[in-house]
Design a protein around this ligand. Sequence first.
Ligand SMILES: Cc1ncc(C[n+]2csc(CCOP(=O)(O)OP(=O)(O)O)c2C)c(N)n1
Ligand SMILES: [Mg+2]
Length: 557
Amino acid sequence: MPQRKDGGDAILEALRKLDVDYIISSPGSEWPSVWEALARQEINEEPGPKYINTWHETLAVAMAQGYTRMTGRMQAVLLHAGVGVLQGSMGIHGAFQGELPMIIASGETSTYGEADDFDPGPQWLRNLSIVGGPNRLVDSITKWSSRVTSAETLYETFSRAGEMAQRTPKGPTFLNVPMETMLEEWTPPANFRNKPVAPKTRPETSDVEAIADLVIGANSPVILADSAGKTLEGFQAMITLAESLNIPVFESEGPGYSNFPHNHPLHNGYDLKQRYAEFDVFLVVGTRAPWYPASNSPTNSTVVVIDENPIKEFMVYQDLGADHYLEGDLPASLELLAESIKSKGAKPKTIANNSGVWEKYRALNDGADSSSPIEPGVLCNALSENMPADAIYIDETIVHRPQILRRINRDNPQSYLRPIGGLGQGLGTALGVKLATPERPVVALMGDGALLYNPITQALGVARESNLPIMIVVFNNTSYAAMKRLHLSFYPDGDAAKSGIFHGVNIPGPDYQELVTPFGGHGERVEDPKRLAGAIKDGLAAVAEGRVAILDVALSG
Ligand SMILES: Cc1ncc(C[n+]2csc(CCOP(=O)(O)OP(=O)(O)O)c2C)c(N)n1
Ligand SMILES: [Mg+2]
């Protein structure tokens, strides 16, 4: 007799109907019902989500983020009780801020050992449970969080949470489910349907036309972008819009994505702030905080904010300085604006000179090529020259980020990603990106301090188990350089500056290149700048063989 269907089947069926590819989990004792359903899926050779075991909650959430950033497709994350949610909460916060759809669940009990026929284990009575449920822990860092209270409502509650996560503004939704509910018999609905994808929204034609007239009438319009390259379509639409009138493009100082090809003559770099006075109409595309301080928008200008949902409810404070909004699906809005500009017969302006900005960015000080420890700019230039053009960089560095952005050439869409919200997500994001795009080389650029916030052992283990070879480059300045910088900016003549006694700065880290040894990976410490090109090539060769490579690069600062 076939086993009866229960709550585990309801959850798996909901994820299947939502077209989820992976259940990424850091497990706990509440999930046997889902594991049973997964075993049945495999035995019966049914299609459905694959299960990936990570060894740490930060890793589970960050992998789901990385996968979704590349594919746009929502994934599911199963955690354990309140403790697993707390461990994963930094990544959940990152997904919330990154507006990445994700369905997250954890379990609880409703009987605490008092039922005759079910024993969840005494740990739930003694220490695991959270008053009001684990959903309370993520209330302010998810779009929506709730609990499921019956087998009858389990399937549709999961389905709805998944659909909600994919609606604007996209973001993580959370459910906690009592084990008793998962063990209950479940009768599938008579009218099963696949869940349709979330429809896209578009701005009004009259709004598009008005903005097109404004841009055509401007003397010198400019585009500023931060997350326009979140999708392939967004990256392409940026090119279409910029070329429609030869509008110069700048990326924000800390973009989350690659937004425009570096080699395009209209890419003017990252330093718009110094050049505000040159422009009269600012098209602010997918940029949540274009000015700093927020009220410091350019004077004597018109600001047009183009975004799916520009006013971010997860931000505590915001001032976009907008004169006009164009709201709707971002790629569609950019394309509609470009079409309208073209249909009005406007002729592209002559291409403004980008003043050789890239040559200036990539220049090196005399003698830098041969100085040891290695200058960060030399490492960035070496990566630019030796990495394949289709490489994807995951950037979890701090003081080195400006050089990474300016020196490492990136012409392809989806070639740069920056995790948001806290250090420790870089390796998981890189693994999720590799899971989504196994054919492209994936490189995690990690500050030494940032790397140490990551679950390193667990990431290397999952990379081996799930065949996700990535390259990790450690920007090793043996310090939290950012901390020292801020300390000195507050106390330039303080006692620490005078004495050289700094706290919260030094990192006497391990030999990072050795960390990969137990996992059969490839590691090298690089101190001589002349060795950089060879080390990068050897690392890439190891990755091509399916091994993780760690390059620990000794930097001057
Ligand atoms: C989870 C978390 N803890 C602490 C911080 C605070 N923090 C911001 S920058 C930074 C320094 C990171 O060191 P490293 O990666 O070596 O970069 P560097 O300062 O040397 O450029 C720290 C600790 C943070 N952002 N996230
Ligand atoms: Mg450092």
